[in-house]
Design a binder for this molecule. Sequence first.
Ligand code: MLT
Length: 330
Amino acid sequence: MKFKKTLFAGIAAIVGASTLLGSNIASAQKDWPTKPIALVVPFAAGGPTDTIARLIAVPMGQALGQTVVVENTAGAGGTIASTKVARAAPDGYTIYIHHMGMATAQALYDKLPYDPMNSFEYIGQVADVPMVLLGKKDLPANNFKELEAYIKANGSKVTMANAGPGAVSQLCGLLFQSRMGVRLTNIPYKGTGPALTDLLGGQVDLLCDQTTQTIPYIKDGRVKAFGTTTMKRLPAIPNVPTLNEQGLKGFEVKVWHGVYAPKGTPQPILDKINAALKKALSSPDVVKRLQDANIDIAPMAKVSAKGLKDHLESEINVWGPVIRKANIPD
Ligand code: MLT
């Protein structure tokens, strides 16, 4: 009898505690956010991913009523940041922006400490960014034909910057080298922000970079543009031919971006982040700044968990075989 009483009291206490815990969790989710939110960026400050992150952080913060603080965790082509976010507390105070490196890293690394399809919550796609093959101002070549000849004559003396294995600059650079049948000296940076600084300073010869901040430098001749990675020329730089039209048939790399959260972040919080992202992507300042760089904002239907997860899966299937075929090393 005594045992029964104690057991009932114990059960009642557990039920009471879990009800209290449940209501605490529910109210924490309802009140979220009560402090600043970290938006992790997997590359150095001043680069394309960082620029897009800072652009959306402000209107997202306004929509959420809390500051969204950009946190750069650069290195290993974005995989260090992906690992960190996959292991972060799923409380809504850590969110993550990454580009298509989320889809390519699996084919570039033997083993990743996270699973792109299972270690995250998917909030929505953000934007698609074209790339341009750039050269330093003093490079003797003035167009793609001359670049081909220069590379043939100089081989591995030619240097090409990238942001490490898993970065799109590395993917684009190595696909280019694979198509040209050459191996240049590839120099990894923590992002294409610092890589572009060295290209502008003449310390490195080539860089395949996104258009996010390169267009003004192309227009005023501070870097040379040898070709875009798009099938059609870009309206902002119509005089720059595509790589496709210059002989690299089908050379297309468009860099899509997505926003993620650690796996297990509660749905009501994910819904609020998604609404804030949609608001940010409709803000006139953001729209104008992205349009000026020839960046396509994702259609609103794709600014969704399903839109991002489906796209990620299809991109893993597209890039895996391309990377293996091109024999891109780690
Ligand atoms: C960056 O933000 O630095 C770039 O997106 C890196 C890259 O992937 O090339």
